[in-house]
Design a protein around this ligand. Structure first.
Ligand code: S3P
Length: 429
């Protein structure tokens, strides 16, 4: 994909449903009593992987564009084939939790990237609960031997991960007794919000522990998935970086464990406001309005992203590194070694690609220091098959001098197939 610089972004839009919420809504609908209708279901390839796996498990699902209908009252059955999770860490890890509580064996497989990502983090707690999981070196393929007699556990997460927390909570649905997950830094809480929204008793306590009393019986129903705020992030950042821009994104998720990048950009002087706040099954959503340009100068503390902020910014960090190259004084990202374990090693792929565009970047074990402001120049960018790298550097391309080519740009379909079409419709040259 070749991209040329833009003068500004101008437009009003709505986005396909949030990827994280869509995965969870589909799993809940598959396990619920009664039928469910999910509207604005994510168009991401990752969420299609979740639906495909559920179909292999015998769940009846009808999909018409963004509407997905689950018949309900379904009993999962042993799949005849391995369950292909594609590139999707959320599918593999959270589904492993669901399978742990079912009395059959299922194999979870993924693509090359997913097969190289760490799975010890789910194997350990799910085995403590009583499932048996075979793997090679704690990586996928995983063979999950589930049990309908899992034990309740109290588990302190060694890494801040919503996928691991969710795997344990989904396994906890069938457990007789109280399952407790303790976090050290708060990660996205969609599972907790949707569980409560569909009648599963989950409590989040002041000490960052989450408790679920099982076995849980719950009923499906309609849900409209809020627009994906992580997809919105690319347009918001691009609008901020192109001073004449004016952008309105309606119906977009504003869950605080996901929308923290908005506060970060605002603290750098961005003209961002959120209005029309509403909720859908406990998930907040609303309208984001961006006026292009930056006012004021951010201090050192606003330009350092670290510690407990990291989990709620995790998917936006490559984009924030790109935006940070335009901030007086630049930015620092620390305590983010988890980025090395995503679809690509995002610290390395962000640093290499930023340098290719002329930025000065220092790479640490757990982060990056990006100098700024720097005039970026067009370059050949290697996405490494990582959707978030392809999209972050498409934003960089809009503010660079000259043409940028993104190699492997088709990987945006993993989370946001409409990305380039929408970007071109908003960009004025
Ligand atoms: C996700 C959680 C995050 C995030 C991923 C989606 C989820 O991963 O990076 O894109 O849906 O729970 P971790 O929970 O492993 O940090």
């Amino acid at each position: 994909m070749k991209l040329t610089p833009a003068r500004l972004l101008d437009g009003r839009l709505r986005l396909p449903g949030d990827k994280s919420i869509s995965h969870r809504a589909a799993l809940i609908a598959a396990l619920a009593e009664g039928s469910s209708e999910i509207l604005n279901f994510s168009t991401a390839a990752d969420c299609a992987s979740t639906l495909a796996c559920l179909r292999e498990l015998g769940v009846s699902i009808e999909r018409k564009h963004d509407k997905v209908i689950f018949a309900g009252n379904q009993k999962l059955v042993a799949p005849r084939r391995p369950l292909d999770c594609g590139n999707s860490g959320s599918t593999l890890r959270i589904l492993a939790g669901v399978l742990a509580g079912h009395d059959f064996t299922a194999e979870l497989i993924g693509d090359e990237s997913l097969s190289s990502r760490p799975m010890r983090r789910i194997i350990e707690p799910l085995e403590m609960m009583g499932a048996k999981i075979e793997s090679t070196d704690s990586k996928a393929p995983l063979k999950v031997h589930g049990s309908n007699r899992l034990n309740p556990i109290t588990y302190k997460l060694p890494v801040a991960s919503a996928q691991v927390k969710s795997a344990i909570l989904f396994a906890g649905l069938s457990v007789k007794g109280r399952t407790t997950v303790i976090e050290t830094s708060p990660s996205r809480d969609h599972t907790e919000r949707l569980f409560n929204g569909f009648g599963v008793p989950v409590t989040t306590n002041a000490d960052l522990s989450v408790t679920l009393d099982g076995p849980a019986r719950f009923t499906g129903g309609p849900i409209t998935i809020p627009g994906d705020v992580s997809s919105a992030a690319y347009f918001v950042a691009a609008a901020m970086l192109l001073p004449e821009s004016r952008l309105i994104i309606q119906g977009v998720g504003l869950n605080p464990t996901r929308a923290a990048f908005l506060s970060v950009l605002s603290s750098w002087g961005a003209g961002i406001s959120t209005t029309d706040l509403q909720t859908e099954r406990n998930e907040p959503y609303g309208t984001i309005t961006v006026r292009g340009g930056l006012t004021g100068t951010a201090g050192d503390s606003e330009r350092t992203l670290s510690r407990s902020m990291i989990p709620s910014l995790i998917d936006e960090l490559p984009l924030l590194a790109v935006a940070g190259s335009q901030i007086p004084g630049g930015i620092q990202i620390r305590d983010a070694a988890e980025l090395r374990l995503k679809e690509s090693d995002r610290l390395a792929t962000t640093a290499t690609n930023l340098r290719a565009m002329g930025a000065e970047v220092e790479e640490f074990d757990d982060g990056l220091a990006v100098s700024g402001p720097t005039q970026l120049h067009g370059a050949l960018i290697d996405s490494h098959g990582d959707h978030r790298i392809a999209m972050a550097f498409s934003v960089a391309a809009l503010i660079a001098k000259g043409e940028t080519e993104i190699a492997g740009a088709e990987c945006v379909a993993i989370s946001f197939p409409e990305f380039f079409t929408l970007l071109e419709s908003l960009a004025k040259r």
